[in-house]
Design a protein around this ligand. Structure first.
Ligand code: ADP
Ligand code: MG
Length: 332
């Protein structure tokens, strides 16, 4: 049984088409011209209880818009969302009890209060039973190292300290589902690791379903089992992280350090089994399918045109695979 079900979901934004000049300015005021942007274009997916899903895509792909619809903050233009049996934007209060959400650097904590007071207010708002509250507080304080922060005012915390408290606040009422929209943006690597560890532990312990959007693909490598990849409002991949790598990561990248190279080596080399993706005066970057050719074959071919001094090979990581996808390398 899925805890989240999304069917033919679409979101269009109406924006005012800006017109230039003074005349345009008044025209905008009197008779604005509207244009529609389809931010989310007919997407479908289901998420099971306890899944850790990485919701990824380039800037503007429609990730935040999707998350806002899932949380009930935005109403879809068309399509259907069911989250734990509820249509989020129709029953926001009921839905809010089931979920936790972090949106980038916006805080849900009370700015002027000590962190612990915010936690107490959340306890009251969600009617968290005393024993559960205490248990979570202790557990979260341990994993996220909050001990020294609890008595401090939120406004006096650093970005990383604030986010750790934010994450604790989000999970305090044992939500079934947590949406994290860019939670690690701007944080140093230690805080990121701390947050990843926390998400994994709570997921394991409580089977919390987590949907995570992030620019740092290490978050995804480390935390998520499944990837949903969004491209201009449409889902272009949905499946396990491993199958994603198997399907798209079949390319190996090789960097050849060369000398006496013709200006444009690419023009001379013609092969179906490898491709020169970048070249400078003394470097050639090559992408090849390890099932179809070997580096020895490639070197034989390249050495017809220049001298190879050195070679570095690299299995493609998630980040590189995605860069290739964004550049259109896999588009049919
Ligand atoms: N409130 C809004 N009004 C108009 N357009 C918007 C609004 N929010 C987002 N958009 C547009 O919708 C598209 C998707 O945005 P968003 O969901 O924020 O993408 P992502 O989170 O993947 O970067 C973008 O083209 C963005 O400019
Ligand atoms: Mg976003």
């Amino acid at each position: 049984m899925s805890i989240i079900k999304v069917e033919n979901l679409k979101k269009e934004y109406k924006i005012i088409e800006k017109q230039n000049g003074l005349f345009g300015y008044f025209k905008n005021l009197i008779k604005p011209q509207y244009r529609e942007i389809t931010a989310v274009n007919n997407i479908n997916f289901e998420i099971k209880k306890g899944e850790l899903v990485g919701y990824i895509g380039e800037n503007g792909a429609g990730k935040s818009t999707t998350i806002k619809m899932l949380t009930g903050l935005l109403t879809p233009t068309s399509g259907k969302i069911i989250v734990d049996g509820i249509v989020p934007n129709e029953k926001r209060i009921q839905n809010n009890r089931n979920i936790g959400a972090v949106f980038g650097q916006k805080t849900q904590l009370w700015w002027d209060l000590p962190v612990i007071e915010s936690f107490r207010l959340i306890k009251k708002m969600f009617r968290i039973p005393e024993n559960e509250y205490r248990k979570n507080l202790k557990n979260f304080t341990d994993i996220l190292n909050l001990e020294e922060l609890l008595e401090k005012q939120v406004k006096n915390l650093s970005l990383g300290q604030k986010m750790r408290c934010e994450i604790a606040a989000t999970f305090l009422h044992n939500p079934k589902i947590v949406y994290l929209d860019e939670p690690t943006i701007g944080l140093d690597v230690f805080v990121k690791e701390n947050i990843r560890k926390f998400i994994k532990e709570i997921n394991k312990e409580k089977e919390t379903t987590v949907i995570l959007t992030t620019h740092d693909l290490k978050d995804i490598e480390d935390v998520c089992d499944r990837i949903i990849l969004l491209d201009r409002g449409q889902i272009i991949y949905d499946g396990s992280k491993q199958s994603f790598k198997d399907a798209y990561g079949k390319y190996t990248l090789a960097e050849l350090i060369v000398s006496s190279k013709p200006v444009n080596c690419k023009e001379f080399v013609h092969s179906d089994s490898f491709e020169i993706i970048e070249e400078t005066e003394n470097k050639i970057k090559i992408k090849f399918k390890h099932l179809e050719t070997t580096i020895v074959n490639i070197m034989n071919e390249i050495s017809k045109y220049c001298i190879i001094d050195d070679i570095h090979m690299k299995e493609a990581e998630l980040e590189e695979i995605l860069k290739e996808i964004y550049k259109g390398a896999y588009k049919k």
